[in-house]
Design a protein around this ligand. Structure first.
Ligand SMILES: NC(=O)c1ccc[n+]([C@@H]2O[C@H](COP(=O)([O-])OP(=O)(O)OC[C@H]3O[C@@H](n4cnc5c(N)ncnc54)[C@H](OP(=O)(O)O)[C@@H]3O)[C@@H](O)[C@H]2O)c1
Length: 306
């Protein structure tokens, strides 16, 4: 494998399918050397074969597994010496759909709002175990891979981290005003406190205290994971002024995560993440993008402009 010095090198997590796969394709056709990572090694290799582009290779990566994370970091260090772009795309939904037909007929995730929580219990369920895995992947796993690759990112001339978030991470979905203020107050929030908030949520999810403490009532773990990811994005941007760290909501995209519902194809949904990954040097950091649109500043909901 050639040692690449000048070519930009990108890692995309969870890229064997869906938005991650498409991000790899779009980055590769723009000349970026892409490391397509996948939980399942053979699915990653299949995806690379299907892409059939010279500058995409695959590597196994489970962001929840510290040894897998370390193996990827070693691989990049050995073969590329540095990393320019990290796209944190891997995620889990944390729910099961009980009635596929009702879910689709009712408008997919558009009907999954807290006002209807009591009506949709027979359509969508969020068992504690799935919620816990969702936080472990979307928040803790994303942090783990980011921290492991930071030393390599810092060797790039223009490093970028793109965190794929969701409109569901908007603090609009939270009902605890004090907590919302805390999550918005990026000057005083710390990573330790963010971890405590996530642990507090998991305890409440386990004992059925979501309503009492003002957490989102539907797709709760997913919403909390993405809100925590948004806050982490802003903390990182503050801590590492030489790295562009941003988050992007790709839109409502037809993938396995949405049980094949949505408005956009994976190709369309990948445009925002790819655009943010390839922004000119010195561009914005700590910013939220809704598809390709930059939302500045973070609003009173902590996410969207009003
Ligand atoms: N689709 C939407 O409408 C939508 C909207 C807003 C945000 N998003 C975000 O967009 C991103 C991509 O989602 P998608 O819709 O493309 O979903 P998807 O098709 O279900 O893809 C998710 C990917 O994450 C991988 N993954 C899960 N756990 C992992 C782990 N521990 N380590 C490494 N990879 C792991 C999955 O691997 P396996 O295939 O092996 O399970 C899969 O490749 C996610 O961050 C999602 O939250 C999607």
């Amino acid at each position: 494998m050639p040692m690449e010095d000048e070519k930009r090198c990108a890692v995309v997590t969870g890229a064997n399918k869906g938005i991650g796969y498409e991000i790899c394709r779009q980055l590769a056709i723009q000349g970026v050397q892409v490391i397509l990572t996948a939980l399942n090694e053979s699915q990653g290799m299949e995806a690379v074969k299907k892409l059939n582009l010279p500058n995409v290779i695959s590597h196994q990566l489970d962001i929840k597994d510290p040894s897998s994370v370390a193996r990827l970091a070693n691989f990049i260090e050995t073969h590329f010496r540095k990393l320019d772009i990290l796209i944190n795309n891997a995620a889990e939904g944390g729910v099961i759909i009980l009635d596929d037909k009702q879910f689709r007929d009712g408008g997919g995730f558009l009907q999954v709002v807290d006002e209807k929580a009591h009506l949709i219990g027979n359509i969508i369920k969020q068992p504690y175990e799935l919620g816990e895995e969702c936080l472990k992947t979307n928040y803790y796993g994303t942090k783990a891979i980011t921290e492991a690759l930071l030393p390599l990112l810092r060797l790039s001339k223009s490093p970028r981290v793109v965190n794929i978030t969701s409109i569901q991470g908007d603090l609009y979905w939270f009902h605890n005003e004090k907590l919302k203020e805390e999550l918005k107050d990026i000057e005083n929030l710390t990573e330790e406190r963010l971890d405590e908030i996530v642990q507090w949520f998991l305890r409440d999810l386990k004992v059925g205290m979501l309503k009492e403490n003002g957490w989102p009532l539907t797709t709760s773990a997913y919403k909390v994971s993405k809100a925590a990811l948004n806050a982490y994005t802003r903390l990182m941007a503050r801590k590492f002024p030489n790295i562009m760290v941003n988050c992007v909501h790709p839109g409502y995209v037809v993938t396995d995560m949405t049980f094949q519902t949505g408005f956009l194809t994976a190709e369309e949904g990948s445009k925002g993440p790819v655009m943010v990954a390839l922004l000119p040097h010195g561009g914005p950091s700590g910013v939220y993008f809704d598809e390709t649109q930059q939302i500045v500043p973070f609003s009173s909901t902590g996410l969207k402009a009003e």
